[in-house]
Design a protein around this ligand. Structure first.
Ligand SMILES: Cc1cc2nc3c(=O)[nH]c(=O)nc-3n(C[C@H](O)[C@H](O)[C@H](O)COP(=O)(O)OP(=O)(O)OC[C@H]3O[C@@H](n4cnc5c(N)ncnc54)[C@H](O)[C@@H]3O)c2cc1C
Length: 302
């Protein structure tokens, strides 16, 4: 039986693995290899890398560090978490793993722009023509032409956040018409955010620009940010009985404990900033709490 099974090998899961392995605990990471961090062409806001670092390079360094201290990593998708009295079974396609504690660090999946071809999506992301994280890379679009695909409160907030970097912002409805109440419209007007109805489609990469066609014609931008929300990958924990918000983010206490004893969560799957630094910080807290709880259980047994 492992001391901890970590589901998810992104920045949260790998940070927890480094901490736990260095606490002399046995740790196994189950990871199906779809970290959002792997999509980052170069992160410029992650502290300690003045010239930036590619997401895949950061993950490779963290994997190396975790494995150096003895963390085991299996490239596999976890299908189910079964809580027992004081332990867990984690079921994958063809195996079962037992652990005293489980940390869920499965992240989220960003919804893509409607009708965008996968190959074009990936190429646009690589070239910074498509971006998902204004907190991370709003700086890179300073004074550029920016399109935000979204509407309602979420689209309005993303557009206004980006207004802090450029005054050339267009909020594009993903559907035929925007869904904006008067309060949203007033705020957008107050910040000088332009709007156009959709539906949007026929995306094209044209040199340094990305083009999108809406009902009125074709628009060109230096970058487009989809503001279409995310799918929170919390179903395994919810299936094991953990409480989640309406959107699906796992609810945790200050020590990253879910509502199921022994089941912890960290990173984007928990309500928070959706940043590497936050994922790492939460994982450090979770790992230290796991260590302390296991030490307590062992001392009670003596
Ligand atoms: C384009 C882009 C640019 C970004 N730029 C930055 C930036 O510059 N700075 C910054 O701080 N943040 C940035 N972010 C956000 C950052 O990537 C995330 O906040 C971070 O990756 C969250 O880490 P995590 O470990 O919680 O989740 P993730 O990194 O998404 O990792 C989750 C892991 O769980 C695994 N998993 C999921 N379900 C299962 C399962 N059932 N079984 C096994 N494994 C599973 C996945 O395969 C994945 O490896 C960016 C995000 C995107 C999309």
């Amino acid at each position: 039986m492992d001391d901890c099974i970590i589901i998810g090998g992104g920045p949260a899961g790998l940070t927890a693995a480094i901490y736990l392995a260095r606490f002399h605990l046995s740790v196994r990471i189950l990871d199906c290899g779809t970290s959002r961090a792997a999509l980052i062409p170069t992160t410029h806001n992650h502290a300690g890398f003045p010239e930036g670092i590619k997401g895949t390079d950061l993950l490779a360094r963290m994997r190396e560090q975790a494995e150096k201290y003895g963390a085991l990593r299996e490239e596999v998708r976890a299908e189910r978490i079964e809580p027992q009295d004081g332990s867990f079974t984690v079921v994958t396609g063809n195996a079962c793993f037992e652990a005293r504690t489980v940390l869920l660090a499965t992240g989220v999946f960003n919804r893509h722009p409607p009708g965008m071809d996968d190959a074009l999506h990936d190429e646009a992301l690589k070239r910074g023509l498509l971006r998902y994280c204004p907190i991370c890379d709003g700086y890179e679009v300073t004074d550029k032409r920016v399109g935000v695909i979204g509407t309602s409160d979420h689209g309005m907030k993303e557009a206004i956040f980006l207004r802090g970097f450029t005054n050339d912002i267009m909020l594009i409805s993903p559907d035929a018409e925007h869904d904006l109440d008067q309060e949203c419209l007033d705020k957008l007007d107050g910040h000088g955010v332009k709007r156009v109805d959709g539906p949007c489609g026929d995306y094209a990469l044209e040199g340094e620009s990305i083009a999108v066609t809406v009902a009125d014609g074709t628009l060109r931008f230096d970058s487009i940010y989809p503001a279409l929300g995310s799918i929170i990958r919390s179903d395994l924990a919810v299936g094991a009985g953990a409480k989640a918000t309406e959107e699906g983010c796992l609810e945790v206490d200050d020590h990253m404990r879910t509502s199921v004893p022994g089941l912890f969560a960290a990173g984007d799957v928990v309500l928070g900033l959706d940043q590497i630094s936050h994922a790492m910080g939460q994982a450090g807290v979770a790992a230290t709490t796991i260590r302390n709880e296991l030490a307590e259980r062992r001392s009670l047994k003596r």
